[in-house]
Design a protein around this ligand. Structure first.
Ligand code: ADP
Length: 274
């Protein structure tokens, strides 16, 4: 997986070739360090909401004769539970991605299904913030890949768009086919009107555990793993993820992935020769 990831990055970034080769040489050591970091970080991140929930439930019991206080504590318990859910989701995504026989499970995956699943996953959070989710995809688009991993990737992009946007804004999800010399690609872009990402952070956000504002990210259950998962999925499918952003105005994350040719094959009436 990582080997593929490195070669997929070399093509568009010739000037960084040397840097990437050095990265590749130290890969084994790096993976071990990342694994250690991951276990340490995630156990730490899990402890916070679990600890808070335990204290808050005690507080509820002590305040049983004060209905107002009970409501206040219950509200805070809900926030902590949301954070815990989002952390667990991220761990599930990560384990989906670490399964190495990815391409044995490849199949044509309908873009509409991926978009619907990603929207569902964020619906609650979007409703709370009165964020409108607008989707527009060309019908009958299919990606050749691993369904669970693709769902994790798009789900993370839409979740970030909602998390890093103020209330009453719009998140757009668009999907289309683009003609490319090596075979058609499917492009899915997620556009928000959120806080944006400064130029100096734009490449770094794809690194594991990198967060522009750790306090803000933690408040929404972020671990800094989401975009590294997206990047890993894109690369292992032979695709890429890119970001465009204007600080204070918003961001667009774009996935480009190989098309599965079934839409056109299926369009042929049975019994006709292609
Ligand atoms: P996190 O769990 O912190 O969301 P990610 O890997 O998904 O981790 O993202 C890394 C960082 O990139 C985030 O902490 C945030 O600072 C920034 N980021 C990601 N998506 C967006 C977005 N749509 N708008 C603004 N900032 C973003």
């Amino acid at each position: 997986g990582e080997g593929l990831a490195v070669s997929a990055r070399v093509a568009p970034l010739g000037s960084r070739l040397v840097l990437l080769l050095v990265e590749d040489l130290t890969e084994a050591r790096r993976i071990e360090a990342v694994r250690r970091d991951f276990v340490a970080n995630v156990s730490h991140e899990l402890k916070t909401p679990v600890g808070a929930l335990s204290l808050l439930s005690e507080a509820v019991m002590d305040a049983s004769d004060d209905p107002e206080a009970v409501l206040r504590f219950a509200g805070r318990m809900q926030i902590e539970a949301t954070r815990l859910t989002s952390l667990v989701q991220e761990i599930i995504d990560l384990s989906r991605v670490q399964n190495d026989d990815l391409l044995d499970d490849a199949e044509p995956v309908a873009v509409d299904d991926l978009v619907a699943e990603a929207v569902d996953r964020c619906r609650h959070q979007a409703n709370t913030k009165q964020i409108t989710m607008a989707t527009g995809t060309t019908p009958d688009l299919h990606i050749w890949g691993n369904r669970g991993q693709l769902a994790a990737a798009l789900g993370n992009l839409v979740e970030n768009a909602v998390n890093y946007s103020p209330a009453r804004t719009r998140v757009g999800i668009a999907g289309r086919r683009i003609n490319a010399p090596g075979g058609d690609l499917i492009e899915i872009s997620v556009t928000d009107q959120g806080i944006g990402i400064s130029e100096k952070d734009r490449d770094r956000v794809f690194e594991r555990f990198y967060r522009v504002d750790p306090a803000r990210s933690r408040a929404t259950g972020g671990t800094g793993l989401g975009l590294s998962i997206v990047k890993h999925v894109a690369a292992s499918h032979g695709g890429e993820v890119t970001v465009w952003s204007a600080e204070g105005q918003g961001s667009t994350f774009t996935l480009r992935l190989p098309e599965a040719g079934i839409a056109r094959d299926r369009a042929l009436p049975p019994g006709t020769d292609p």
